[in-house]
Structures are given as C-alpha cells and as structure tokens.
Design a protein around this ligand. Structure first.
Ligand code: ISL
Length: 512
C-alpha cells in the first residue's frame, strides 16, 4: 500500500483555551458557542485544526485539568449538543478538532475517587495510590507536588495518604490497575465515536510509575517531579492507547505532553511508531532569544527524531507559560521573527490562540489571580474588536492582555501590514510549498545573530533567514532568491538583496 502522509504531519494546529476565547452567554467565561462563532476566522487565518484545553465537567481547581466527568461538558462551556454542533461545523469548514485528555489524574470529586476514598476495601481503592506513611505524620515518600508541598495528602477517614503530583484536588490514577486502563480507554472511545480527530494528552509520561513509588534521589528531591519522571512503565501503556486510536479510521492522532528537557528524552515516547504520534518539544518555548541556542535545539531534535521517522512538534506559547512576545521583551518585531521560524520548521507547529495578534500577557494583580500555578497572565481573554468590551458580552473572568487596546482581531484584519496578516501569509506559504510542509531541514551558514536554514523536497527549495540581533546585517546566500514572505512591509515578490534589519526575517524561494 502506498504510504500517504497523515493529515497531522502537514497540519498547523491552534490551541484554544476555551475559557478565554469568546463568551456567548454573558457569564464572562468563554464557551463552545463562542468558539463555534469564530471558526470562520480560523479558516480565514489558515490553520488546519484546533486543540481545546479541557471542556469536561470539572470543579475547576485547575481550570479543567481536574476532571470530574470525562464524558460530560462542563455547563460553563455548554453541553454535548453544543459540542456536537461545534464539531460538525468545524468539520464542515475543513477544521480538525483535538480534545485534551487528562490521563494522569482526575478531580478528587470524580465518582471513581469518591469510591476509592470511601473505604479501604472499595473495589476502586487501588484505582488511585493509597499508602501508609513512613512514620506518624510523615508522607510515604519524598515526592513534591508540581504546585508546591508534598505530593501526598492524608485522608482521615481511612487513615492513609493518597498521591497527587499536582493539587490535592487532582489525585493520581493508578494505571497499573487494569480497571483504570479499561475505563480511560473507554473515555477515548466515547469521544472518538463522536468524531473527534484526536487528543492532546496531558503529562502523559506520568502514567508510567514504579509501583513501589521509591524516593526521588536526594539531589533531585527539590525538583518538580513532572520534569524528570521518565519510567519505562509508560511505554506498554502508550502502546495500548495507540491501539485504541488505530482501531478507528481516519488517522486519529495523539500528541503527548512529555515535560522532559531534551529531544533525546522525548524520542522514546514515539516508540517504534506504535506509541504517541507526536510529542511536544518545548525546547524553543524554554529557549532564550538567541539564534545559537535555537539552532542547537533544532539540530538536537533533528538528530534525535529524524533517524526513526518520529515527527517533530514545535511550540512557542501555551496556557502554562508567559507568552513568547512577553518573554522576548515585549517586542512585536521579535514575535514576527519567531512566527516565521515556528511556521517554517520541519514538524507540526502548534500556535497558541492570540499569538497571531501579537498578544502579550495580561498584568494580573495578586488579588485577581485565580490559578494555583500563577499562570493567569497568558490565559487572558482574546480581544475581538476595539470597542470597550472587545466583542465580549460581559466583563471577562481575567483582565485583558496588555496590548488589547490596539491588537484586536478586527483592527488587525483591516491592516495588511499587521502581524495577523503575516501569520496568514506564512500559513499560506506553508500550505503552498511541499518543501515547507514536509521537506528536509538543514542549517545554512549565516552571519552572527542570524539563524538560517534550508527546507527542500524534491526539486523544491525554500530558505529562511531570521535576524535575532539588534543591528542590521547583510547576508550572502548562495544563489539568487526572491522574497516569498517578509516580516516587514515591502519586498515580497522581489529579488532579495541580503539585507535584514534588526529583528527581521524572510522566507525565500529560488529566483527564476
Ligand atoms: O505549568 C507549569 C508550571 O507553572 C508546568 O509545570 C505544568 O504543570 C506542566 O507543564 C504540566 O501541565 C499540564 O498539566 C497540569 C495543568 O495544570 C497544566 O495546565 C497542563 O498543561 C496538570 O494537569
């Protein structure tokens, strides 16, 4: 059978944080109907699909990453009819839909956990990790929770501790218990049967645990376990999950969040093409504004993934980290350069809603912060127009991002020189070019401060030259090139003269 490229390898995916995208019913919280009304905008922009952060029923201790019913929509977002309508419309407009799947933990209000904690002899007792303490008042091991404190909470009723790598409201599921595996596969099937195109799997590396739950080495004892936990038990579980996806037609996909530092550590999570389809690589999201560091990390990914055919994933911003414009000192010019690189690398790019507007974070005063991890700033609402309510029917749950006064979707849509139009041109250039969508990637020699690379597929070639520096540079590429996309006004369609202003980038095609 001829091998066809699966859709997700040529797609650009767009993360929606549903609470902050658009409200339709006036409660100040974004919802499914709000998102549905903006699908034409996403289509116009040129992305191929959306990933929705969790929309399931939840007490919202971690804003949806604490699920109390995996098969119901939280009323704040709508209901299953709203979901079906959204999915139908998205598919009708050629957009894919990925849901967030949270396999490592549930809410402490999930019926499974309520049963588990009710009695030591409950049949669901071992669906979670219950242990005796090391001594009176001392938790079973030295693990720390991601948001601070011990990863264990004492439960008075049954006189044992339970494990939670995140909040106490997020007890860890025990994937060593076959009942958990079956139930969580059932959750996947519920949504696959409804027609979703796949999932983003939350901290999925954490489902593999050594059931002895041994102490973390002393030298790592103060580190966030989420970033170092890398146990082989994850792999057979991931193969089981993959079999569920593969039993459906249509290339359903799973992209996993595996928070391990380097691409070399991520590669095993693709298995032999039989575990995760894709694994987020956060190495650029964590990189300083320095082209040498970027080049190192891209090369590292190429070397780790390319030999096995594992498909890379790139991301600059998400709902857990200050937006990249903020991280780069608030400079829109840098955000434009970053967009040019993100959308021209080999691999599937994930955008975070609002980056196409060049948004930075909101300033969220202490009394207004609501996230236990303090990540409110990057979760600010999306401004849709330049009116006082920015297209929202009521005051949103978080303050507006800093640039909301001028960086709303409607204003930027009217301005062909805006960053929004740059994203649109980059997405269109990627869609047109097999070299950009699927071609090889190779570093090109460039002056200091410039990251340059070539993409090629068959006879088609593109080059990208990105000046990270604060000075103008003159580059000397081999051959003659025409500017296909430029981060600044003018120049597109003309022969490139090798000049790059400070924080400036171009995508080139061969002349002639
Ligand atoms: O957000 C972080 C630091 O502030 C990260 O350490 C984060 O906890 C980690 O990336 C895992 O994130 C995912 O799982 C969490 C949830 O809070 C995040 O929003 C989610 O992306 C627990 O489900």
């Amino acid at each position: 059978m001829p091998h066809e490229t699966p859709w997700w390898q040529t797609a650009v995916l767009y993360q929606v944080y549903p609470r902050s995208f658009l409200d339709s019913d006036g409660d100040g919280i974004g919802d499914l109907a709000g998102l549905r009304s903006r699908l034409p905008y996403l289509r116009w922009l040129g992305v191929d699909g959306v990933w929705l952060s969790p929309i399931y029923r939840s007490p919202m201790a971690d804003f949806g990453y604490d699920v109390s019913d995996h098969c119901a929509i939280d009323p704040v977002f709508g209901d299953l009819d709203d979901f079906d309508a959204l999915l139908g419309d998205a598919h009708g407009q050629g957009l894919r839909v990925l849901l967030d799947w949270v396999p490592n933990h549930t809410s402490d209000r999930h019926p499974w956990f309520l049963q588990s904690r009710s009695d030591r002899s409950s049949p669901k007792r071992d669906w979670y990790f219950w242990r005796d303490g090391r001594a009176e008042g001392l938790p079973p091991n030295n693990w720390k929770a991601a948001f601070g404190g011990h990863a264990w909470t004492w439960d008075e009723r049954t006189g044992q501790w339970y494990l939670h790598l995140f909040l106490p409201e997020q007890p860890d599921l025990n994937w060593g218990h076959p009942g958990v595996v079956d139930a969580m596969h059932g959750v996947l099937r519920f949504w696959l049967d409804r027609g979703v195109d796949g999932f983003r799997a939350d901290v999925v590396h954490l489902i593999g645990k050594d059931e002895r739950l041994p102490d973390h080495p002393r030298e790592l004892a103060d580190m966030d376990l989420v970033g170092v936990h890398d146990h082989p038990a994850a792999h057979p579980l991931l193969r089981g999950i993959r079999r569920v996806l593969d039993s459906y037609p249509g290339d359903r996909v799973m992209v996993g969040e595996v928070n391990l530092g380097s691409a070399g550590l991520l590669a095993p999570y693709y298995g032999a093409g039989d575990e995760l389809h894709m694994v987020f690589n956060f190495s650029l999201l964590w990189a300083p504004w320095d082209p040498t560091r970027w080049a190192e990390r891209i090369v590292e990914s190429e070397e780790a993934l390319n030999p096995t055919g594992a498909w890379p994933v790139w991301v600059l911003s998400n709902h857990d980290t200050p937006r990249h414009r903020d991280r780069y000192g608030g400079s829109e010019a840098r955000a434009r350069v970053a967009a040019t690189v993100l959308l021209t690398l080999r691999g599937t790019p994930f955008m975070y809603a609002g980056e196409e507007l060049g948004l930075d974070d909101a300033e969220v005063p202490d009394g207004v912060r609501v996230d236990p991890g303090g990540r409110d700033g990057c979760r600010a609402p999306i401004p849709w127009d330049d009116g006082p309510g920015h297209g929202w029917p009521a005051e949103p749950w978080l303050p507006w991002p800093k640039g909301a006064g001028t960086q709303d979707a409607e204003t930027l849509t009217r301005d062909p020189g805006s960053i929004l139009h740059l994203y649109r041109r980059l997405l269109a250039a990627r869609r047109r070019s097999a070299a950009l969508r699927a071609g090889s990637w190779q570093l090109v020699d460039a002056p200091k401060g410039v990251l340059a690379y070539e993409r090629s597929a068959g006879f088609e070639t593109r080059q990208v030259w990105a000046n990270f520096g604060d000075d103008q540079v003159v580059c000397t590429p081999l051959g003659d090139w025409v500017v296909e996309v430029a981060t600044r006004d003018g120049g597109e369609g003309q022969r490139w003269d090798g000049r790059l202003a400070a924080a400036d980038a171009v995508v080139l095609r061969p002349a002639g």
